[in-house]
Design a protein around this ligand. Structure first.
Ligand code: CMC
Length: 430
C-alpha cells in the first residue's frame, strides 16, 4: 500500500502521508492541510479524528476488542486487579513484585487527606452533587502539594510517581468522605490493613464499634468494576484531561477537569441514568416493551446502550453482566432491576432499530446493578466511575507531559455567524 494519499481540492492536488498504528489502523495525516491548501478538516464530534498517538489502550469497536498495553480486558478481569491494572495502564507493563509492593505501599500511605481539607466539606450544602464536590476537591488537593502542581512540566514530572499514587488513593478517600458528609455522618479514617476496594467500603459504611465486614464478596466485585473502568482511550473525559494538560496544566487540575467531563449523562453519568430508567420502567408496570418503542420513536433513550466506538458488544458489559448476577446471588438479593435489564437487552438485541444502528449494551448497562447491590447510592455512581478512570487520566496526562513536541490543543472552527457590520450607536448605554 502507498504511504501517501492525494486529495484534490479545486484544481490542485495535495499529498499527505498515511499513518499506520501497530494494530493496523490507518490515518490520513492532515497536519499540514491548512498550511498547504487553506482548508481545514471539519469533523464535529471528532468521529473521524485521531487527536493523538497513544500507546495505552487499543479498541476495535467493530470486533468488540479492548486491550490495555496489549493485554485483553478479559484476561485482566480474570487474573488482575484494579491496582495492578492501574500500574499497567500508567507505566506500560505489569509491574514486578517489588514495584507493585512499593506502589501499593505508596497508595496506602497516601490514603488520608490533609485535615485542612476536611473543612472544605463544610462549605458544601448536603444536597450538592457528589461530582461537583469531587471535582472541586481534586483541584483543591493540588493546592496542598504545590511542589507537585507547579505547572512547571519538569517539576511536575519529577514528582509524577508520588502524585499518581496519591491521586489514586485520595480520590477514593474524598469520594467516601463526600458520601459521609452528605449523610451527616462523621468521617471514617482509612484502615491501612485493608485492600483498596475494601478500604473504600470501610470508609463509606463502617459505624462506631461496628466495622464494615465484607461477607459477600462486595470488595471483589467493586475491584472488578474499578478495573474495568481503568482506561478507555480518547473518550470525552480523557480527551478533556489531555486538552487541559496540553496547555501545561498540572495533573490535579487536569483530572479535576476530567471529572467535570465525565459527569454528563452521555458519558459517565449514564450509569446513574440506567438505574433511574430501570426504576421508572419498573414503577410504570412496563415490561420494557413500551420503553423500547419510545426509544425507537426518539422519545426516550435506552441508557447504557450504544457507543461511539463499539459497534459490537462492549466487552466490559459482558463481564459486568456476569458479575452482576454473581454478586446478587452471593448476597441473596432478588433485584427486579436485573430482570428488567435482561429483558430490555434481549428485546433490543432482537429489534431491527437497534440491530441496524449497531446499538449494544455498554459498560454502564449492568454496572449500576452491581453498585446498588454493594450499597452505593445512585448519586455516587458516576463518582465510582471517576475512581476507576483515574489511572487512565493519569496515563494520558503523562503521555502529553512526556512529549517535548506536544502542542497546545487548539481546534479550529468554521464560523457561521454574522458577517462584518457597522456599529451604530443607539444612545447612551451603561
Ligand atoms: N437509545 C436509542 N437510540 C440510540 C441510542 C440509545 N441509547 N444511542 C444511539 N441511538 C441512535 C441515535 O438516535 C441515532 O439514530 P438515527 O441514526 O436514527 O439518528 C443512532 O443511534 C446513532 O447514534 P449517535 O447519536 O450518532 O451515536 P453517538 O456515537 O453520537 O453517541 C452515545 C454515542 C453513547 C452518546 C449514545 O449511544 C448514547 O447517548 N447512549 C446512551 C447513553 C450512554 O449509555 N452513555 C454511556 C456511553 S459508554 C460509557 C462512556 O463512554 O462514558
Amino acid at each position: 500500500m502507498e504511504d501517501t494519499a492525494t486529495i484534490r481540492l479545486g484544481s490542485e492536488n495535495f499529498e499527505f502521508p498515511l499513518l499506520k498504528g501497530t494494530e493496523g489502523e490507518m490515518a490520513l495525516d492532515t497536519r499540514t492541510l491548512r498550511a498547504k491548501s487553506g482548508f481545514i478538516a471539519f469533523d464535529e464530534g471528532y468521529g473521524n479524528t485521531g487527536s493523538c498517538l497513544s500507546d495505552i489502550t487499543f479498541i476495535d469497536g467493530e470486533k468488540g476488542i479492548l486491550r490495555h498495553r496489549g493485554y485483553p480486558i478479559e484476561q485482566l478481569a480474570e487474573h488482575s486487579g484494579f491496582l495492578e491494572t492501574a500500574m499497567l495502564v500508567i507505566y506500560g507493563d505489569l509491574p514486578p513484585e517489588e514495584c507493585f509492593d512499593a506502589f501499593r505501599f505508596s497508595v496506602r500511605e497516601n490514603a488520608s487527606i490533609h485535615t485542612g481539607m476536611h473543612h472544605h466539606f463544610d462549605g458544601f450544602p448536603s444536597y450538592a452533587h457528589p461530582m461537583a464536590i469531587l471535582s472541586a476537591m481534586l483541584n483543591s488537593l493540588g493546592a496542598y502539594y504545590p511542589e507537585m502542581s507547579s505547572n512547571d512540566r519538569e517539576q511536575d514530572l519529577a514528582h509524577f510517581n508520588e502524585t499518581a499514587a496519591l491521586l489514586i488513593s485520595k480520590v477514593r478517600t474524598i469520594a467516601a468522605m463526600t458520601y459521609r458528609m452528605k449523610m451527616g455522618l462523621p468521617f471514617v479514617y482509612p484502615d491501612h490493613n485493608r485492600r483498596y476496594a475494601e478500604n473504600f467500603l470501610h470508609m463509606m459504611f463502617s459505624k462506631p464499634y461496628n466495622d464494615y465486614v465484607d461477607e459477600h464478596g462486595a470488595a471483589k466485585a467493586l475491584d472488578l468494576f474499578l478495573m474495568l473502568h481503568a482506561d478507555h482511550e480518547q473518550n470525552c473525559s480523557t480527551s478533556t484531561v489531555r486538552m487541559v494538560a496540553s496547555g501545561g496544566a498540572n495533573l490535579f487540575a487536569s483530572v479535576s477537569a476530567g471529572v467535570c467531563a465525565l459527569w454528563g449523562p452521555s458519558h459517565g453519568g449514564a450509569n446513574m441514568a440506567v438505574i433511574q430508567m430501570l426504576e421508572d420502567i419498573h414503577k410504570s408496570g412496563d415490561d420494557g416493551t413500551r420503553f423500547i418503542q419510545a426509544a425507537k420513536e426518539g422519545k426516550a433513550k435506552l441508557m447504557g446502550f450504544g457507543h461511539r466506538v463499539y459497534k459490537n458488544y462492549d466487552p466490559r458489559a459482558k463481564i459486568l453482566g456476569k458479575s452482576a448476577e454473581g454478586i446478587l446471588k452471593s448476597m441473596d438479593i432478588k433485584d427486579p432491576m436485573l430482570d428488567i435489564a435482561k429483558r430490555l437487552e434481549q428485546a433490543a438485541l432482537e429489534d431491527p432499530y437497534f440491530i441496524e444502528r449497531k446499538l449494544y449494551p455498554n459498560v454502564d448497562f449492568y454496572s449500576g446493578i452491581i453498585l446498588k447491590a454493594i450499597g452505593i447510592p445512585v448519586e455516587m455512581f458516576t463518582v465510582m466511575f471517576a475512581i476507576g478512570r483515574m489511572p487512565g487520566w493519569i496515563a494520558n496526562w503523562k503521555e502529553i507531559a512526556d512529549n517535548p513536541k506536544s502542542r497546545i490543543h487548539r481546534p479550529r472552527q468554521i464560523y457561521t455567524g454574522a458577517t462584518l457590520r457597522d456599529y451604530v450607536a443607539m444612545g447612551e448605554r451603561e
